[in-house]
Each structure stands twice: as structure tokens, then as C-alpha cells.
Design a protein around this ligand. Structure first.
Ligand SMILES: Nc1nc2c(c(=O)[nH]1)N[C@H]1C(S)=C(S)[C@@H](COP(=O)(O)O)O[C@H]1N2
Ligand SMILES: [Mo]
Length: 315
């Protein structure tokens, strides 16, 4: 079996997905069908399946007013290397992921390490809909109506010690459920990290849904990170551990190729990837490319986190 490393895939090979006619109408009819079959009152946080509504969502003032990318595109085109190297591998292969029972270990520099069941974690804060831009390091972007709450809520409950300076996020790495964890694409588990102030920023989201529904497995069910001003790979999927640490984490991408992927990975049109420019991006569903914005358009909210830092060196 020939497995290409993600870093060997050229941006010229990345094609936008087909345009789909069915959009939200499809979601609505799916929910109506579930209702007609008597599943209308499914517990909101059961295993993900299309049509499972999340109720009582607040609208967030942090949302962009741009038009969300089609549901079918968001859920069929993405990266989740535990399930394979192609853009449609996650959709095809992630359906075998079991998202219940699911626990998240919260440990490291905390006063009281704990293991929280996902359904308990979900009660820690009210769920919001947050529409964010997502910019992949490969040069494509989407607008995603996520559902979740600020990671800051978890940090507040975690009772961190004064030594906590960074946060690590570990994705599940179970070869029984994730076939490509047997292959050396990355040094598993997928580990990402943030500086504590980045993690505390109100924009930093723990997502448990999209388009008003339970998060699809291919998008990182049951819980994933979303850091909208950074390249997509910072947003770890299917998280099983949140660890507070004193030293800058060694992330899976930095370990695999430090020349190409830095710890910060803030979206920056002025700093090229070694093998391609980052000046432009293709919004999925659009034909023409558009200019990439510093910090993915979130500069006003986050640029102050990096005052005095050389963002060419700290890419
Ligand atoms: N565990 C894990 N998380 C991951 C990835 C991955 O391969 N494994 N890919 C990242 C990349 S490169 C991107 S662009 C986003 C894509 O997520 P989405 O398809 O849900 O938008 O997930 C990120 N999170
Ligand atoms: Mo990405």
C-alpha cells in the first residue's frame, strides 16, 4: 500500500469538491423524517448521525456574517489522517468511530486531575452557534456554523496551577477504529497545542456540532477544537485528553516536519509555506481565489496576543 504523507500532496492536486444542490433543505427534511419515525426526541448528544438537532442554541456575537459553506461540502471534504490520506477518506472511513461512551482526561498542571464523560462536559456551558472561517494550510477555506462553547469554560473548571503555560490536545489513536493509525503518516496520537492565553481567548472554541446538529464523525466527533485564526491543523479532532503543561508542546506536525509546520501556525499571507504561497485561498464552492487575510480575518481580536513577536520566525 502506497501511502503518501500529507506533506507530499501538492496544492495543485487539491481540487474543490463538486457543488451540491442539496443544502439546508436536506438537513430539515432529515430532521422531519426522524420526527415522523418517532426518533424526534433522541437524546441530543447520542452518537452522531445526520439530522440529530441540538436544541436551545444561542447565536454568538463572534460569528462572521459570511455565507456558510454547504453542509455536504463541510462533511465530505477535509483532513482527518487517522482515517486516511484523501479529502474524502474521513467521510468514508470515520463512520466506524464509536463516540459513546467517550471520556476526556484533564490533567497535567491542574490541582485535581479528572476524567469527564462527554455528556457531563457538555453541561459545563450553554451551547452557542458560532460561524467561523476555517483556512487550511493547503490553500482552501470554508465557513462553518459550529456549535460549542469557549474552551475558556473548561480551563476555568480545570483549576490549573501557576505552572500551566501551554495546553496540549490529544486525539484518539485507536487502530481498531482508525485504520491509518497503523501507518506512519504521523507520530500518533495527533497532538496539538496552544499557549495558555491563546487557549483562553474567547474565540477558541470546543465544538460539538455543526449546522445545528451533532458533530459528524468525520469532522471530529464527539468534541474537537476550533481556533479560527490559525491553520486548520491546529484544530484537533476527536479529543480524549486536555493536558496543561509548562513547556511548549511537541505537536505531531512539528515533529513530522518542523520546516513546514510551526507551533504557532497563525494564518499569515506574508509567510509562505516552503513549497507554496499562502497569499491566496480557494473558498470551497467558489471558482475564483480570494486573498488570505492576516490571522484569517481575526486580527482585530487576536493580533495583540503576539505583540513584540517576530511572526516570520514564529510561524
Ligand atoms: N486528529 C486530527 N485532527 C485534525 C486533523 C487530523 O488529521 N487529525 N486534520 C486537521 C486539518 S489539516 C484540518 S484543515 C481540519 C479539518 O477539519 P474539518 O474538515 O472538520 O473542517 O481538521 C484538523 N484536525
Ligand atoms: Mo488543514
Amino acid at each position: 500500500m502506497l501511502i503518501r504523507r500529507p506533506s507530499d500532496i501538492l496544492p495543485s492536486e487539491i481540487t474543490p469538491p463538486a457543488l451540491y444542490a442539496q443544502r439546508r433543505e436536506f438537513i430539515k427534511s432529515g430532521a422531519a423524517l426522524a420526527g415522523a419515525l418517532g426518533f424526534g426526541s433522541l437524546p441530543a448528544f447520542a452518537e452522531s448521525a445526520h439530522g440529530q438537532k441540538l436544541d436551545g442554541l444561542r447565536k454568538s456575537a463572534l460569528s462572521t456574517d459570511e455565507k456558510p459553506t454547504a453542509y455536504e461540502s463541510i462533511t465530505s471534504y477535509g483532513n482527518f489522517y487517522e482515517f486516511g490520506p484523501n479529502k474524502d477518506s474521513p467521510l468514508k472511513n470515520a463512520q466506524r468511530l464509536r463516540t459513546r461512551p467517550w471520556t476526556i482526561q484533564i490533567d497535567g498542571e491542574v490541582k485535581r486531575p479528572q476524567t469527564v464523560a462527554i455528556d457531563d462536559l457538555l453541561k459545563w456551558a450553554p451551547l452557542e452557534e458560532r460561524i467561523y472561517r476555517l483556512r487550511c494550510v493547503e490553500g482552501w477555506s470554508m465557513v462553518v456554523p459550529w456549535v460549542g462553547f469557549s474552551l475558556a469554560e473548561v480551563i476555568r473548571r480545570a483549576e490549573i496551577t501557576g505552572n500551566a503555560k501551554y495546553v496540549e490536545f490529544h486525539s484518539l489513536a485507536d487502530p481498531e477504529q482508525m485504520p491509518y493509525v497503523r501507518t506512519p503518516v504521523l507520530d500518533w496520537p495527533y497532538v496539538e497545542g496552544l499557549r495558555l492565553d491563546e487557549a483562553m481567548h474567547p474565540l477558541t472554541l470546543l465544538a460539538v456540532g455543526l449546522y445545528g446538529e451533532v458533530l459528524p464523525k468525520q469532522n471530529g466527533a464527539p468534541v474537537r477544537l476550533v481556533v479560527p485564526w490559525k491553520y486548520g491543523f491546529k484544530s484537533a479532532k476527536s479529543i480524549v485528553r486536555i493536558r496543561f503543561v509548562a513547556q511548549q508542546p511537541k505537536t505531531a506536525w512539528v515533529k513530522s516536519n518542523p520546516e513546514e509546520y510551526g507551533f504557532y501556525s497563525n494564518v499569515n499571507p506574508e509567510v509562505d509555506h516552503p513549497r507554496w504561497s499562502q497569499a491566496q485561498e480557494r473558498r470551497i464552492g467558489d471558482f475564483l481565489k480570494r486573498k488570505t487575510q492576516p490571522f484569517n480575518g481575526y486580527a482585530e481580536q487576536v493580533a495583540r496576543l503576539y505583540t513584540g513577536m517576530d511572526l516570520r520566525r514564529n510561524y
